[in-house]
Design a protein. Structure first.
Length: 192
């Protein structure tokens, strides 16, 4: 009886195999994101087909769904519902950094003339900032501390606190290290 050798679980060969698998997963995710970007930007189906051909990509329908992108989309939609932000005022993106933007309809009591935005990124979590005018960098009013992706109800409470001048969160000087697989799993499990 002969046995087949099993793949090593430790050492340089295992490390190389893990690195290669991770690289292939990331490349596939980037190609899927690029295909979705082309689909959003194309003027018509012929334009989309031409661009996909030039870039050697499959259509967004054929591309594997990106777990983080779909989990983030669902999470951001739940947050938008909790803070009463319409879909036209919401956007998110997963590139080298996952981010989200929600244009708030409410204003802070001490800044009644300025529009506010609720922004999220995978390293810092949620912040409320003043909508920039022109090329200004948006000044952050307050940052929600704690987990990078708290429940939508906690985000809604944060917005209410900031609007009523009860901001308690502080911006962390050093971004948290992040494992995107863990973030994806967390976002997919966040309760409404």
């Amino acid at each position: 009886m002969t046995s087949t050798p099993s793949a090593p679980t430790e050492g340089p060969v295992a490390h190389l195999a893990d690195s290669r698998a991770r690289h292939q997963r990331q490349a596939q995710e980037h190609r899927a994101l690029a295909a979705r970007a082309v689909a959003r930007m194309a003027q018509d189906p012929q334009d989309e087909a031409r661009l996909l051909s030039i870039l050697d990509l499959s259509s967004a329908v054929e591309a594997q769904p990106c777990g983080l992108e779909s989990a983030l989309a669902a999470y951001i939609q739940l947050v938008a519902e909790q803070v009463d932000v319409p879909a036209v005022s919401v956007t998110h993106e997963v590139t080298d950094t996952a981010t989200a933007y929600l244009g708030l309809a409410v204003r802070a009591a001490d800044l009644p003339q300025r529009d506010l935005m609720l922004v999220w990124d995978e390293k810092l979590g949620w912040s409320i900032a003043i909508e920039p005018r022109g090329n200004d960098r948006p000044p952050v009013i307050c940052h929600l501390g704690g987990h990078v992706a708290p429940s939508p109800a906690a985000v809604a409470q944060f917005v209410s606190d900031v609007v009523h001048k009860q901001c308690r969160g502080q911006l962390s000087p050093v971004p948290r290290s992040l494992d995107r697989e863990m973030l994806t799993a967390h976002l997919a499990a966040v309760p409404a």
